[in-house]
Design a protein around this ligand. Structure first.
Ligand SMILES: Nc1ncnc2c1ncn2[C@@H]1O[C@H](COP(=O)(O)OP(=O)(O)OP(=O)(O)O)[C@@H](O)[C@H]1O
Length: 350
């Protein structure tokens, strides 16, 4: 078995009296498309910043393809491409140069760096803008550029922190297609998103993070199975008295009638419905219509992250504005550990 892309064990981070990560453990196999979901302030950006060396952990271990994120910072950093939430790009150079500088910093010789820069700009569809400064790109192009910059070193792990925040539907779909292709080509993807639909559509597995703790790690389908589905049955006549239905089935949460309408709320509604149909048939009740509405991942997410609704108590408090500048990797600044610390401090991350 290959080394996992991420092996996280008991990861903790406190900022003074705020506990941002409260013992996070998870494993992401190589090649997986993994989603990190959580409400604002759950700890997602802190988690990512620890992986890329922008934030120093308070405890636990984090390994990227077997490399400890602190003891083996260089190799960890070389394995990761990060498209951060914030636009932390050098604004004074043409974007192709920004990419060349970044490639150079990672040891790619000049000629190869230019070739690689052109390649990734074409890949994300903004090659025509190669001589333009970052500031002059449209919002959507800026997002594309961040992805190009993350790809410049051909990383094995691509981290996308809210890559589609504020972009239009067409660009969102383009980005989805692009990252799906990258994943199919073998890159491991770690995606944070507020768009549940995005996670559902793209991710093999998701972790739900809340108040610095992992509430669940599962496939989107498995998570939906944990929510309650609604089976709505329309009968041909109103039953005089409702017979005992689905007794002993602990997946069933409630059964209600309103005239000819029967509503059953149950986990795994798709599996409960056939039994319901058999029992109604046995009682001589004719079904005119039956509809099952599955819980959405969003409902499960809301349920799991509702204040006090999780399996564990939350440990954080407070909120803050996102740092302007510190949540990502420097594009062309000779990105060593010391500068990382400085940038992190300047951005208010550490
Ligand atoms: N530099 C900092 N100083 C103090 N507290 C911080 C700092 N950075 C983050 N926090 C706190 O840590 C917690 C987790 O924040 P984090 O940014 O990691 O969450 P998030 O899940 O990325 O949120 P969002 O979805 O809003 O980006 C929050 O309570 C936040 O206020």
């Amino acid at each position: 078995m290959s080394t996992p892309a991420l092996e996280i064990d008991g990861l903790r981070k406190s900022y003074d009296d705020v506990t941002a990560l409260d013992g996070v453990s998870l494993t992401v196999p190589e090649g997986q498309f993994f989603g990190l979901l959580g409400p604002n302030g759950a700890g997602k950006t802190t988690f990512i910043n620890i992986l890329v060396g922008l934030v120093r952990k308070s405890g636990g271990t984090a390994r990227v393809f077997g490399h400890d994120v602190e003891d083996d910072y260089r190799r960890t950093r070389d394995a990761i491409g990060l498209a951060p939430q914030e636009f932390n790009v050098d604004r004074f150079f043409p974007i192709r140069e920004v990419l060349e500088h970044k490639a150079g910093y990672h040891g790619i010789p000049a000629a190869a760096a230019r070739e690689r820069a052109d390649e990734v700009l074409k890949q994300v569809g903004i090659y025509g803008k190669r001589d333009t400064r970052f500031d002059w790109l449209s919002g959507g192009m800026k997002r594309r550029f961040l992805l190009a910059r993350a790809l410049i070193t051909d990383p094995d792990l691509l981290i996308l922190d809210e890559p589609t925040a504020g972009v239009d539907v067409q660009l969102r779909r383009d980005l989805w297609e692009l990252v799906t292709d990258l994943n199919e080509q073998g890159k491991t993807i770690l995606l944070t998103t507020h768009y549940i639909e995005e996670a559902e559509r793209l991710c093999d597995e998701v972790a739900i993070l809340d108040s610095g703790r992992v509430r669940a790690v599962a496939t989107p389908d498995e998570l939906k199975d944990r929510g309650s589905d609604r089976i709505s049955v329309e009968l041909s006549t109103s039953p005089a008295a409702l017979p005992e239905l689905l007794s002993g089935d602990d997946r069933v949460e409630s059964i209600d009638t309103d005239g000819r309408q029967l509503t059953v709320v149950a986990r795994k509604g798709g599996l409960v419905a056939p039994q319901l149909v058999r029992e109604l048939d046995r009682e001589g009740l004719e079904i005119v219509d039956l509809e099952i509405s599955r819980t959405s991942l969003e409902e499960v997410f809301v349920e799991m992250t509702r204040q006090g609704g999780g399996e564990q108590d939350g440990g954080t408090s407070g909120d803050r504005d996102a740092p302007e500048d510190g949540a990502g990797d420097g594009a062309n600044s000779g990105d060593d550990g010391a500068q990382t610390e400085r940038r992190a401090a300047a951005g208010g991350v550490e």
